[in-house]
Design a protein around this ligand. Sequence first.
Ligand code: COA
Ligand code: ZN
Length: 316
Amino acid sequence: MSGERMIVQEVSPRDGLQIEPTWVPTEEKIALIDSLSELGFSRIEAGSFVSPKAIPALRDGAEVFSRIARKPGVVYVALIPNLQGAQRALQAGADELNLVMSASQAHNRANMRMRCEESLSAFSGIVEMTAQAKQTRQAAVSLNGTVATAFGCPFEGRIAEDRVLSLVRQYREMGIQGITLADTTGMANPRQVATLVKQVLDIVPAAALTLHFHNTRGLGLVNVMAAYEAGARRFDASLGGLGGCPFAPGASGNVCTEDLVNLCHETGIETGIDLPALIRLSRKLPALLGHDVPSQVAKAGLATELHPVPVRAAAA
Ligand code: COA
Ligand code: ZN
């Protein structure tokens, strides 16, 4: 083996389910997360603590977090928009809070109903609150800051690199160690990704940087490889290629986890993830959600699964 390794964070229980029109019962969410926990992921975004009016599909986040079977060594992450969300997530026992705001004012307003400055000020309150919680209750929660629409906004278009870099610096100065750059509606291209990732890696160590791509325009895996070659090592992906932000017009699924893991394993990058089992789990999604999912390898199977030679060809 080459010794190359990628950390794949599974986000289907959050990004995947948040946009599904069909209600997925709490038991089914827990069963999905518990199955994912057995497949070798070190990080799973298991839900969000947002307004139940904004995202009704994930309104049972507290119950989900408190009832999943926690696998030692797996970090269970919760997406958070504000202080109320952070308080609820801490109570429910989330290991990490993923604080999300958009680089663009227009998408932050549409998604979070706040100006970016309001989001940042809420985040500094969360940093303070979690530091106090650590002192008083030994609740060791870690913080990650996401810059959504980092590569483009469906309302404002291309986002200036300086804007993204400045937000990354502000997160780090605030004490938010982990950083995610999110391509919320799949507007990134691989050259743009390489340029931005190299600059962000001057500020953030590779171990603390995550890239979150959507495959909206078919560039998801190409963007992953461009970021990987530029030095990034952590990537979000969603089982079946589910996902999308309901407050971004034209949003569609994340990079598909089994397609990404297949790409890694085919190119000699280790993930520690059980790909055949992942494919089996993905194949259950259409029955759970009532529709087909965008995954490629779940349909085609692995390239190593060869087919019997047709009888006529064998005889020739
Ligand atoms: N968890 C649960 N309820 C929350 C909440 C949270 N984190 N934050 C606010 N609420 C509730 C308030 O208690 C209030 O309830 P009430 O109407 O019963 O009194 C209601 O939501 C409105 O609160 P307010 O602070 O005025 O929020 P808002 O309507 O301005 O919306 C957000 C702001 C951030 C809460 C909302 O836009 C949101 O949750 N956005 C997240 C969207 C999302 O998850 N997108 C996909 C992921 S990127
Ligand atoms: Zn997303």
